[in-house]
Design a protein around this ligand. Structure first.
Ligand code: GDP
Ligand code: ZN
Length: 308
């Protein structure tokens, strides 16, 4: 039978069947061996096939994983070469930021956007805590709003505290699987609690599903939204994704640069010192913003220092 993975706790997975029943599942030995590079072959958001396991109620074996639309990774601790797939089959990501208490740097927003681009996950940028913006932050918001909308991102000004923008974001979540991302302290939990007050209750309800492995750190957890759609929260994951990007590949994940790449003289141009660089020309002409170019250079530098 078909089911979806809502939570992974070590070798046990919390699943919900097509019929809406909760259960615990583990992987059939064979399936585990087939996956050589991933330390966890099944991820939150995966669509799987189950077989009932003898000797327990709502205990299942995962016999197959359906093809993924996309997925995000984190590096498995101590195993640089092994990827830990955190979540799969995402329709979009909410990238949470704030301009006060604490201010999210543009560099950080851009890192998240690059990761989303690299994983083919459309991103929506949320500027939360609008209730405490002074004129300084409001002006900055207007600038960033323009900047990111010009590139093609949807931007929402929100305040969980006074409710501004919450309905708009909620509308965006309907019928979709959404990754909630951003630094700690930006209001992600507050937002989730505001749109999903029943969550606490639901979590408790399903915690009796077998109890196995419940103490294990989880990196992602999926919830059904009462108004349709799912959210994937990744409390144990602050950053994902830019690891493993090759330097000449980076500009492909800046949509405004991506458009210009065909005009660079060299097809492996990294847009720093090369002659005939269309990105540098764009920077001079204003089609590429200075802020974004600085972010690009910073991320490029950080890739430089990595060993693959
Ligand atoms: P998380 O770490 O991203 O999950 O952030 P939290 O939801 O825990 O929020 C961090 C802090 O920011 C808490 O003290 C919240 O009350 C506060 N906060 C969340 N949303 C807002 C908002 O819209 N306006 C203001 N002023 N504070 C907020
Ligand atoms: Zn170039």
């Amino acid at each position: 039978m078909k089911a979806w993975v809502y939570k992974s706790t070590g070798s046990w997975y919390q699943v919900k069947t097509e019929a809406g029943d909760w259960g615990s599942a583990r992987i059939k030995g064979k399936l585990k061996l087939d996956e050589s590079t991933a330390t966890n072959p099944v991820a939150v958001g995966d669509e799987v096939e189950l077989e009932e396991e003898a000797g327990g109620e709502n205990l299942y074996m995962i016999t197959a994983i359906h093809d993924r639309k996309n997925h995000i990774n984190r590096q498995a601790p101590g195993q640089r070469m092994h990827q830990h797939v955190v979540a799969a089959n995402l329709d979009q990501a909410l990238v949470f930021a704030t301009l006060r208490e604490p201010k999210t740097s543009s560099g950080f927003i851009d890192r998240y956007l690059v990761a989303c681009e690299a994983y083919h996950i459309p991103a929506i940028i949320i500027f939360n805590k609008a209730d405490i913006y002074r004129s300084k932050e409001t002006t900055l918001f207007e600038e960033l709003n323009h900047l990111y909308q010009d590139i093609g991102y949807r931007v929402v000004l929100m305040s969980v505290h006074d409710g501004r923008g919450v309905a708009e974001v909620k509308e965006q979540l309907k019928g979709k699987t959404t990754l909630i991302s951003g630094h700690s302290g930006v209001g992600k939990s507050s937002f989730i609690n505001a749109v999903f007050p029943e969550r606490q209750l639901k979590t408790q309800e399903v915690s009796g599903w077998s109890g196995k492995g419940m103490h294990t750190t989880t990196f992602a957890e999926m919830f059904d939204l009462p108004f349709g759609g799912k959210i994937i929260d990744t409390p144990g994951l602050r950053e994902f994704g830019v690891k493993g990007i090759e330097k000449p590949e980076l500009s492909h994940y800046f949509p405004e640069m991506r458009k210009l790449l065909v005009h660079c003289q060299f097809n492996n141009c990294i847009h720093i010192n090369e002659p005939g660089c269309a990105v540098k020309k764009g920077l001079e002409e204003g089609t590429v913003s200075v802020e974004r170019y600085v972010s690009y250079c910073n991320i490029l530098d950080s890739l430089d220092n990595r060993t693959y």
